[in-house]
Design a protein around this ligand. Structure first.
Ligand code: ATP
Length: 283
């Protein structure tokens, strides 16, 4: 049966049915997040249960304010869940409000803003995490060159962020996130500020990078086309408090060419997800 012949898996499908017996790369069990202050209470996320296999690329979509960034910040060790467990290869990321730094060291994080240091060159920005952990100058230089090559920035190692385009700056941010050989890459709207053509190109680059590194990816985006093009699965969150509303497997083989986006089956899946999001408007 070709990918074209396969039906869209209905919203109620259980992604864990076919999960391998090995310890999952990432597991969220009953994760809940509340923000409380004297003036306000916000229930951001409710009962998130999710199992992600090694090497899987999971896109997360949902309405503005549904808790996507909160989810990513919890996975990145920046924000403690109120209740529930986050396990990376079976090891708990959080112990109450304390994060296990040895688990965090397996993670690479990329945000919408590249957050580069303007006074550091491309190579120095890429190698900054290695400098912070005390790696030698030679190790840093070699790794920076290797990663500049991987993200298509060979020849720009000595350039400064002000001399780069937005897409190039995001490539540096991705390279920096990969510098410590993370096995889990967390990305929050990394291409959200880029123009459509650059974004398309970055989608192809990211596919190449994840294929080369074998990293598992959690990718947050507002863009349904991007979510489907990149993902092995698309997770859709409900409006606040964010819960998992729909899990959509994406059946297309890799490597995926950009022309895939114009194929009818791709359009059908993207439309299904868009209608599901639109349906959230209804009372
Ligand atoms: N530190 C915080 N303190 C209090 N409330 C917060 C905090 N961080 C997020 N929130 C609230 O939690 C909810 C979810 O926010 P979050 O930024 O995770 O949503 P999002 O889905 O990423 O939104 P967007 O798509 O617009 O970026 C929002 O109501 C937000 O106001």
């Amino acid at each position: 049966m070709s990918a074209q012949d396969m039906d869209i898996v209905p919203a109620a499908c259980d992604p864990t049915d076919s999960a391998p017996k090995a310890v999952p790369k990432l597991e969220l069990v009953g994760v809940d997040k509340e923000f409380r202050s004297r003036r306000a209470f916000t229930h951001a996320l409710a009962d998130i249960n999710l199992t992600i296999s090694d090497g899987e690329f999971v896109s997360v979509i949902g309405r503005s304010g549904c808790g996507k960034t909160t989810l990513l910040r919890m996975l990145a060790g920046l924000l403690a869940p109120t209740t529930g467990q986050i396990l990376v290869e079976g090891r708990s990321l959080w112990n109450g409000t304390r994060v296990d730094t040895s688990v965090v060291s397996q993670l690479g994080v990329v945000f919408q803003d590249a957050n580069l240091f303007p006074w550091y060159s491309v190579a120095d920005n890429i190698a900054l995490p290695l400098k912070l952990r005390g790696d030698s100058k030679t190790t840093r230089r070699d790794r920076a060159h290797e990663l500049a090559d991987l993200v298509g920035l060979t020849g720009y190692e000595k350039a400064y962020p002000r001399e780069l385009s937005g897409g190039m700056r995001q490539r540096v941010a991705i390279a920096r996130a990969l510098s410590t050989h993370p096995t889990l890459l967390l990305m929050d709207e990394p291409f959200g500020a880029l123009d459509a053509l650059t974004r398309e190109r970055m989608n192809l680059e990211l596919q190449h990078i994840t294929h080369t590194t074998g990293a598992t990816v959690v990718f947050i985006t507002h863009d349904i086309t991007e979510a489907v093009f990149l993902g092995d699965r698309v997770i859709q969150l409900t409006p606040r408090p964010g819960r998992i509303a729909d899990t959509q497997p994406i059946p297309f083989p890799r490597p995926r060419h950009i022309d895939l986006q114009t194929e009818p089956h791709f359009g059908t899946i993207a439309r299904h997800l868009r209608h599901a999001l639109d349906g959230q408007d209804q009372p």
